[in-house]
Design a protein around this ligand. Structure first.
Ligand code: SF4
Ligand code: SF4
Length: 316
């Protein structure tokens, strides 16, 4: 059974590569007590800031079989979005992942394609569920466990040859696939570039992030208006922040780059704060529909634009 299953893993990996995934791996749903302990410590220390939804569904995170009764295998899939667009220095900046179409849609579509292939191999009666940032899943833990990557000091998963500009998704299935790939070693070594280049000191220890100081959190997740301090902290970042990824040697040397199915949104590169501040609901929709930015809505995007405008004026 184990050997058949290992062969299966190889066949599935080949199909996943054809679909566009940079890496996929397989885990059995064994208890991940260390990861849960760390997760609970993060909540207790309030490093999740105002993302109170993270305090919920801890049981589901601990016991992934609550997401799929009879769960036997978690398939972790990574896809690169390391495309060539980049913001000019000193201009309003949008994170790399938001300069392409919404990954939730693209990655789900690809996982659905992979799932159809799995059904053709394992039987149409196979039970499965797909997650792309939508379910309470410890996705980096399962990705590490499956041997496709290792979390770096900047808290992001680094996939060999692809780096950290990756999206993760999972397929939970009620069939066993054994792969026996050992977890990867730490890739950071003595490097500290992400720490040294984080503009707000949000990385408080290797692998520990204080979300309340993180520009990605402030510009994407925080729902209320900024305090004066938060407003100054975001600098020129309109949506997200890539500083701790831009400097990472694993991204600079990545040989696997963005899957070609991602559409590049050239219009969003160096978009001015004036343009955003004059958008109406319908022009916001025209500009951003189908990108991750659409999810935060016009009000929050204008909040970000006001802060960036002030910060850039102050810097002049
Ligand atoms: S995303 Fe930006 S603010 Fe957050 S940890 Fe990375 S460099 Fe720091
Ligand atoms: S910049 Fe250096 S320390 Fe940070 S994640 Fe990359 S390799 Fe690790």
């Amino acid at each position: 059974m184990a050997e058949t299953s290992t062969t299966l893993a190889r066949i599935i990996r080949k199909e996943a590569a054809r679909i566009g995934f940079s890496a996929i791996g397989f885990s059995s749903p064994v208890p991940q007590s260390l990861a849960i302990e760390r997760y609970k410590a993060m909540i207790a220390e309030k490093r999740h800031a105002e993302m109170t939804y993270m305090e919920l569904q801890i049981d589901e995170r601990t016991m992934p079989d609550m997401l799929l009764p009879g769960l036997k295998t978690i398939i972790s899939a990574a896809i690169s979005y390391n495309h060539p667009l980049h913001n000019s220095s000193g201009q309003p900046a949008i994170s790399k992942y938001a300069l392409i179409d919404d990954y939730h849609i693209v990655v789900r579509k690809k996982l659905e394609e992979l799932l159809e292939f799995l059904k053709s191999l394992l039987g149409e009666d196979m039970k499965a569920t797909i997650a792309v940032d939508s379910s309470p899943v410890l996705e980096k833990t399962w990705a590490e466990h499956s041997g496709i990557g290792k979390t770096g000091k900047n808290t992001l998963l680094i996939v060999p040859s692809a780096g950290s500009y990756i999206f993760l998704g999972e397929i939970f299935i009620n069939k066993e696939i054994i792969d026996n790939k050992p977890p990867l070693p730490n890739f950071c070594g003595s490097c500290c570039k992400c720490f040294e280049n984080c503009p707000t000191g949000a990385l408080i220890e290797p692998g520990k992030l204080d979300a309340s100081k993180c520009i990605s959190y402030l510009t994407v997740e925080l729902k209320r208006e900024f305090s004066a301090e938060e407003s100054a902290m975001i600098g020129n970042n309109l949506f997200g922040c890539d500083h701790c990824q831009e400097v990472c040697p694993h991204n600079q040397q990545a040989s696997i780059t963005a899957d070609r199915s991602f559409t590049l949104c050239n219009d969003l590169l160096n978009i001015s704060t004036e343009t955003i501040l004059t958008l109406t609901k319908s022009s916001f929709r025209n500009f951003f529909y189908g990108t991750p930015i659409f999810r935060i809505g016009l009000k929050r995007m204008k909040r970000n634009a006001r802060a960036v405008k002030e910060n850039l004026q102050r810097a002049e």
